[in-house]
Design a protein around this ligand. Structure first.
Ligand code: HEC
Length: 157
């Protein structure tokens, strides 16, 4: 009798342990895919809002800037964006320099929170993608390099 009670007790204990192990596991998995979490521990760089006419495009493209942009793309954007029109987490970049103004793209890269809050076009993208693009802590200069890389991707010379 005493043994039985002990057995039941240890079964309950085991069950409890398994349960908490499971829910712990689930939480951990959930965290692993929480995209907002990825950017949490990075130091924040908030750009100042970029005004229309601040960015100027020139031809031929600046090869150093294209290379700089490519490096940042590989490091910080590649996980969510393709260079084709294929949507991954975010929209594919093919044609982006044709459908958006330079100012809009710059603000999307350096001020994504402001854009998602205020800009109707950015909000439409959010509705489509269902994921908020996290602030990538990209400086204004780096963002300009990325656009040069996007222009190259769009066939500019
Ligand atoms: C965690 C995923 C993720 C990462 C990483 C990411 N983006 Fe995004 N991006 C998105 C999503 C999602 C959208 C659509 C807007 C939204 O839902 O917030 C978007 C939209 C954009 C747009 C607008 C595209 C269009 O078709 O108009 C640009 C430009 C952009 N991102 C640039 C970048 C750059 C540059 C980087 C790297 C420095 C980057 N993104 C990194 C997810 C990401």
């Amino acid at each position: 009798m005493k043994n039985n009670i002990l057995n039941v007790f240890s079964l309950l204990l085991l069950f409890g342990l398994l349960q908490s192990a499971c829910s712990g596991g689930v939480k951990k998995d959930y965290k692993a895919v929480d995209i907002q979490d990825l950017a949490k521990n990075q130091t924040e760089v908030h750009g100042t809002e970029i005004k229309e006419g601040e960015i100027e495009f020139k031809n031929p493209l600046n090869a150093d800037m294209v290379k700089g942009g490519q490096n940042i793309f590989d490091l910080k954007c590649n996980a969510c964006h393709r260079l084709t029109s294929e949507k991954l987490v975010g929209p594919g970049w093919a044609g982006v320099t044709k459908r958006r103004t330079p100012t809009w793209i710059m603000n999307m890269i350096t001020n994504v929170d402001m854009m998602l809050e205020k800009d109707p076009e950015a909000q439409k993208l959010l509705e489509l993608c269902l994921v908020r693009m996290p602030n990538q802590n990209v400086s204004k200069e780096q963002a300009r390099d990325i656009i040069e890389f996007m222009r190259k991707n769009d066939g500019e010379q």
